[in-house]
Design a protein around this ligand. Sequence first.
Ligand SMILES: CCCCCCCC/C=C\C/C=C/C(=O)SCCNC(=O)CCNC(=O)[C@H](O)C(C)(C)COP(=O)(O)OP(=O)(O)OC[C@H]1O[C@@H](n2cnc3c(N)ncnc32)[C@H](O)[C@@H]1OP(=O)(O)O
Length: 281
Amino acid sequence: TLSPYGVHQKHGQISNQRRQFSNTYISVEMDDATGVAVMKMKRPPVNSLNLELLTEFAISLEKLEIDRGCRGVILTSAIPKIFSAGLDITEMCGKNADHYGEFWRALQEMWLKLYGSNMVTIAAINGSSPAGGCLLAVSCDYRIMADNKKYTIGLNETQLGIVAPFWFKDIMTDTIGHRATERSLELGMLYSPTDALKIGLVDEVVAEDKVLSTASAVMAQWFAVPDHARQLTKSMMRKPNLDRLVTHREADIKNFVSFISRDSIQKSLQIYMEMLKKKGS
Ligand SMILES: CCCCCCCC/C=C\C/C=C/C(=O)SCCNC(=O)CCNC(=O)[C@H](O)C(C)(C)COP(=O)(O)OP(=O)(O)OC[C@H]1O[C@@H](n2cnc3c(N)ncnc32)[C@H](O)[C@@H]1OP(=O)(O)O
């Protein structure tokens, strides 16, 4: 079927209790018996967040949000060793202002839906999660990371010569505190799972093969609290950050477009992409 946003969706029934729907880059398996949906990003090689993935992400969340049977979402990756490499840098390089604006609006939309969700959201971080990947995780209610010292998480934007926007910074501050955020963002720090746990960036570190089962167990604990009370509390805690972006949404897009269009920033991003490609070859 074609959704109102023009994204093709495949629907399938895999048992009486499980429903599945899948787009190009997102697959969702909904378990009606538990009320939990597992949402997987699947954009090889590194789940970088391009316009299409962000759009599919927002649509999938919206569908789950209106599904009365769904109380919680586990967000994870179908790509081994990678949760998400963050924003797709090629969406921010060598394109025109209209494209940059459309891309940024899609990112804002996805974030407003994820951070503002009424459902319980748990990030099952089964791989590296820099920058925009870290934003996804920090926007959830709870974070469980795989215990593998090769994986890292953090807001490393300054390492690319760019700046984490105020709404990334706000939720990082709410998660790890002002001082840790200041240092972390200025230096563009990426943390191992153990170090991320120490500063409170993730809530639990577990063996790689236990990430999903731990997420399900944590979900059951969160489900023990009456939904209406938990939802009102979440909304009270998150409303100021949500309102701030909604109020300044157009200005934020304008800032992003003018910042990213600068020659010096384009040059920094190109150098970073070349560095990534060299490392891979
Ligand atoms: C005054 C205030 C104004 C405010 C303005 C605000 C501006 C803010 C703008 C933007 C915010 C940005 C947020 C972001 O998320 S930027 C993205 C940051 N991400 C990263 O730095 C991660 C980069 N990637 C990696 O570190 C690694 O790839 C890895 C650890 C995720 C995985 O490593 P590995 O498995 O070894 O894979 P490779 O490195 O070999 O990569 C495979 C392949 O994928 C390409 N690639 C990797 N990451 C990205 C990416 N984010 N976007 C696009 N492409 C990516 C990589 O180049 C390889 O490509 P190939 O050589 O062609 O195969």
